[in-house]
Design a binder for this molecule. Structure first.
Ligand SMILES: C[S@@+](CC[C@H](N)C(=O)[O-])C[C@H]1O[C@@H](n2cnc3c(N)ncnc32)[C@H](O)[C@@H]1O
Length: 225
């Protein structure tokens, strides 16, 4: 996949790309166009969107709170649009992401997205993550409405020292999660805010649209069998 740009606009494609200025063949571009290979972020921006994806700022938070890295083995559910799945696969390669999704339509979207991005280290399963089949995992992630239902399953699937993480939009859900996860240590509930600033030097101020709230990132650590 390639990015084709005239310095301002950007198009992604494999073969010929239709632009406002005409058709561009990325392998033989005209003088006014620049062509380069698409990065992970370029490709991720093109995935098909189904259910609401994790916000990118919270992916950053997830990484800094767990120290997730190369070779980790992770179970996540639900896969939804496969957005978080793709981030995880990108970061932990050659580790594996066991990606669970209950709904068949969402499973198809997530699986197709992950395959389109070329990841070979994702095992996509059309089943509930509350029946996790793996053991000795470094991290279990729940991005679904009722994670308290899967706390025991997550505890069994994690290695000692592994992390359980849930992504929850409302305080009501966090309360239930806190009651259900008492067997986990070092629990934290964290939110972050991100302000995107205009890059015009003459009107350097925050962009008018700022996201007030995305979700609570709730984390705990398994410290005993
Ligand atoms: C908000 S979406 C997840 C978005 C995803 N993290 C992403 O970034 O693309 C929540 C998904 O959880 C799925 N889900 C709900 N309960 C589940 C369960 N017990 N096991 C697996 N998936 C589940 C839903 O079908 C839905 O697709």
């Amino acid at each position: 996949m390639y990015v084709v740009t005239d310095g301002k606009l950007m198009w992604l494609g494999e073969k010929e790309i239709k632009t406002g200025k005409g058709i561009v063949d990325p392998k033989n571009p005209p003088e006014w166009a620049t062509v380069f290979e698409a990065s992970f972020l370029d490709k991720l921006s093109k995935i098909k969107r189904g259910p609401q994806v994790v916000n990118a700022k919270d992916v950053g938070l997830l990484i800094s709170l767990t120290g997730i890295g190369t070779g980790w083995n992770i179970a996540e559910g639900g896969a939804g649009s496969g957005y978080l799945t793709s981030w995880l696969a990108h970061i932990i390669d050659p580790g594996k992401v066991y990606s669970y999704e209950l709904r068949e339509d969402h499973h198809k979207i997530a699986k197709t997205n992950v395959e389109t991005l070329g990841f070979k280290n994702v095992v996509s399963k059309n089943q509930s993550i509350f029946e996790i089949e793996e053991k000795n995992l470094d991290l279990v992630i729940f991005d679904l409405p009722d994670p308290w239902e899967g706390v025991d399953a997550a505890h069994n699937a994690l290695k000692v020292g592994g992390y359980l993480l849930s992504y929850l939009p409302t305080t009501n859900q966090v309360r239930k999660w806190l009651i259900a996860t008492k067997s986990f240590s070092d629990r934290r509930v964290v939110t972050s805010s991100l302000i995107d600033w205009k890059t015009d030097p003459d009107t350097f101020r925050p962009k008018s649209k700022t996201l007030a709230h995305t979700a609570f990132v709730c984390i705990g650590r398994k410290t005993k069998m």
